[in-house]
Design a protein around this ligand. Structure first.
Ligand code: HEM
Length: 191
């Protein structure tokens, strides 16, 4: 579609499939996988008593994988977001939250992701390095537990079998407790 030139904002309306892939990726792997709220006063939700000051967590990751909301919920299927397909319910798709505290950067983030992917994907093809796991780790944001070691191939019509030009070693993280006092606190709370 781009013929090798960098994408511009004018290409966005035509980037429907890239947008679908991004939407589906945010469904399966929402970076903000859980929202937290603190009760200002005692209340109840669907019969569950909530004490004043108690924290209530809304787990977006679970909602996005709910088979009652999504057919083959664990499968990557960008066609779910194809034009003309029924949209998920209003509160079934929440990568940017909703209503009062909805992300103010949602449109910007979507635009940026389309432009970055369109820029890179027309020149490079990436694949996981052999043996690389893709285990998710729910920290403050959802992240790959073992980093992401990838192979990068230059796309070439003349040399489609050209070997990988570079292997990017995903950062192997130190255990979170050794890197950030905030993580230590959260890690203890979650264990
Ligand atoms: C893929 C990228 C992003 C994701 C998944 C994301 C997700 C979210 C989510 C889920 C919330 C709601 C948090 C809550 O309700 O507790 C939020 C809030 C927010 N986001 Fe984002 N965000 C992204 C990018 C951005 C960018 C690029 C900006 C700024 C340019 C931004 C600025 C904000 C701000 C200021 C809030 C707080 C809004 C408020 O509380 O009124 N975000 N984001």
């Amino acid at each position: 579609m781009l013929g090798g030139r960098p994408p511009t904002v004018n290409d966005l309306p035509k980037s429907t499939y890239t947008a679908q892939v991004i939407k589906e990726s945010l469904r399966l792997y929402p970076p903000v996988w859980r929202l937290a709220r603190q009760a200002k006063e005692a209340t109840d939700i669907l019969g569950y008593a909530i004490e004043k000051n108690a924290y209530v967590f809304l787990t977006i990751h679970v909602i996005h994988r709910d088979p009652n909301r999504y057919h083959h919920a664990d499968a990557l299927d960008p066609e779910r977001f194809a034009p003309g397909c029924p949209k998920p319910g209003r509160f079934a798709y929440l990568p940017f939250s909703r209503r009062k505290r909805q992300c103010i950067g949602d449109r910007f983030a979507e635009m940026e992701m389309i432009l970055v992917i369109a820029t890179l994907a027309q020149t490079y093809e990436v694949s996981l390095s052999p043996g690389q796991t893709s285990v998710t780790q729910p920290s403050v944001t959802l992240r790959p537990r073992d980093g992401m070691s990838m192979k990068i191939h230059r796309r070439s019509l003349d040399h489609p079998d050209e070997p990988a030009i570079e292997t990017i070693e995903g950062a192997r993280r130190e255990p979170l407790a050794q890197t950030c006092p905030m993580h230590r606190h959260i890690g203890q709370a979650e264990e």
